[in-house]
Every structure is written in structure tokens, then in C-alpha cells.
Design a protein around this ligand. Structure first.
Ligand SMILES: Nc1ncnc2c1ncn2[C@@H]1O[C@H](COP(=O)(O)OP(=O)(O)OP(=O)(O)O)[C@@H](O)[C@H]1O
Length: 273
């Protein structure tokens, strides 16, 4: 297992998991995303960065079906998901976490994961009400899987704690466990280190690499912390005022004049190191 970012060569060799083609999003007269194309290769960590208002969240919301693109197309694997609703897209293998943690505070960590698994279970209402052997089997399996996922994200010990009583870092991990319960091929993380201290952010970087490698999936991040972005990413896409201004490895982005000028600014040079 490796926890270091992959090389560009291995990215090129991987299959493309998601392809967004010429996405434009307009809100009235405002062009929030302007003709942006983008791919997510298999088993990779891709970050979307840019200054406030650059269009990152809008683009992210188009990928997950929360917003409709004014024009353009999104293909997940082989399926055109451009006009699908979020839960259909999630079922097809794209799971996400939110900028503001969205857990059920008065459910235990384990219950939070089991709720997410619900869409993967097959028992209908009849089996649930009558509690048939099939339903009991599924419930046992869900419990086992939930435990495994909580162990995987490193919070197995707090499986029976109410979500609202968990530390901030553990709540973030629980959100990831819940997203992984959907067995996604792509995991989207919206500002996952917001509110974390530098130690927690450092551990999070290693954790994201472990998720990529051990769950064999791709991760798309919106992240403001440049040191996290530079360490965690195999590839970075930079948006500015709705347009893609650069794309490449962390080293490419660090030295890209347009990025330095348009996004990082003079003081930003320090932030990328
Ligand atoms: N629902 C909406 N209705 C109208 N305008 C919107 C809407 N969502 C976003 N915008 C506008 O679109 C532009 C892009 O916003 P967006 O939130 O996508 O940027 P961002 O890069 O995610 O910014 P931040 O880093 O501050 O979250 C902004 O000018 C914003 O005001």
C-alpha cells in the first residue's frame, strides 16, 4: 500500500471514472461555471480549488445532481447522469459529504451508517414489519458492515455513542463511513478539513490515501487548506471566476503563473509550500 500521491503517468493509465464535458451554469445573468471540462481518473485524489466565488461548489453540485447545468454533460462510468436526481446518482456510485456536517445527532454512530445502507438492502416493508428470516439476515449483515466501516475509518470504539457527542474529527470520519456505506466508486468531500487543527488535517491526508488505495475508489475534494491540497492530491483543477485556469500535478500548480497571479496572489506563494 502506498500513501503517496500517484504519478501523472499512472493517472493517465487508469480508466476515467467520471467525465464532465463543457459544463456551464448560469444563475440569471451570472455565469457561475463557464464551459468547464473535467475528468476523474480511477483510484485518484483530485482537488478542485479556487478563490471564493470561483464556482467550485456550483460545479460540485452539478456533478452530484443538486444543480442542473445550463449546458454540458456529465458521464459517470458509462452512464449519462446529467439530468438524474441526487439519490439516483448516489446509487450509481457517487457518494458525498457536506461542508456542514449532516449527521443524525441522536442516533449512534453505527445507526448513522446503517441508515445510509438502507438503499443497499433488499427487504421491502413486508419483510421489515413481519421480521422475516431474510430481514433478520440482512440486519445482521448491515450491522457487521457498519462495524467494519467504523473500524476502517478509525472510530470503531465509539460505535454506540450518539453522533452529536463525538469529537469534530470523529464526526467527519463518521460522515465518510456513511458515504462509504453506499460502496461508491467516487467519493466527494466538501471542505473535509474545515475546523480541523493541523495534526487532524495531517492525519486526514493519510486517511484519504488509505481510502483511495484500500477501497479502490477516486476522491474529489473541495479544499481551502493549501498544504492539505498539495499533500493529498494526485491532480488539481483550478477555477477562477467560473473558468478552468489550470490543471495538473501539485508541482505544476505550484509553479503556474496564472494560478499564482489569479488565485494565490502575492502572499499565496507562501501558502503553497
Ligand atoms: N443558487 C445560487 N443562486 C445564485 N447565484 C449563485 C448560487 N450559487 C452560487 N451562486 C453564485 O455563483 C458564483 C459561484 O459560487 P460558488 O459557491 O460555486 O463558488 P465557490 O468557489 O464554491 O466559493 P466558496 O469557496 O466561497 O464556497 C458566486 O458568484 C455565487 O454568488
Amino acid at each position: 500500500m502506498t500513501t503517496s500521491p500517484q504519478t501523472d503517468a499512472s493517472l493517465d493509465a487508469g480508466t476515467v471514472k467520471l467525465h464532465a464535458d463543457r459544463i456551464t451554469v448560469k444563475f440569471g445573468g451570472l455565469v457561475a461555471v463557464n464551459d468547464v471540462s473535467f475528468t476523474i481518473p480511477g483510484q485518484s485524489v483530485v482537488s478542485l480549488i479556487g478563490p471564493n466565488g470561483a464556482g467550485k461548489t456550483t460545479f460540485f453540485n452539478v456533478l452530484t445532481g443538486l444543480y442542473r447545468a445550463t449546458s454540458g454533460r456529465v458521464v459517470l462510468g458509462e452512464t449519462d447522469i446529467t439530468n438524474l436526481v441526487p439519490h439516483r446518482i448516489a446509487a450509481l456510485g457517487m457518494a458525498r459529504t457536506f461542508q456542514n456536517i449532516r449527521l443524525f445527532g441522536l442516533m449512534t454512530a453505527e445507526e448513522n451508517v446503517k441508515v445510509a445502507m438502507h438503499s443497499k438492502l433488499h427487504s421491502g416493508p413486508f419483510h421489515t414489519i413481519v421480521r422475516t428470516p431474510r430481514q433478520r439476515r440482512e440486519e445482521r449483515k448491515a450491522q457487521e458492515m457498519a462495524r467494519e466501516l467504523l473500524e476502517f475509518v478509525g472510530i470503531g470504539k465509539v460505535a454506540n455513542e450518539y453522533a452529536r457527542n463525538l469529537s469534530y474529527g470523529d464526526q467527519r470520519r463518521l460522515e465518510v463511513a456513511r458515504a462509504l456505506a453506499l460502496e461508491p466508486s467516487i467519493l466527494l468531500l466538501d471542505e473535509p478539513t474545515a475546523g480541523m487543527n493541523p495534526q487532524e488535517s495531517g492525519r486526514f491526508t493519510q486517511f484519504v490515501h488509505r481510502v483511495r488505495d484500500e477501497k479502490d475508489l477516486s476522491v474529489l475534494l473541495i479544499e481551502h487548506d493549501m498544504s492539505v491540497v498539495m499533500q493529498v492530491s494526485d491532480r488539481i483543477t483550478v477555477l477562477d471566476r467560473g473558468e478552468k485556469i489550470a490543471e495538473g500535478s501539485p508541482d505544476d500548480i505550484r509553479s503556474d503563473t496564472r494560478v499564482i497571479e489569479a488565485y494565490l496572489g502575492k502572499s499565496g506563494r507562501d501558502k503553497t509550500t
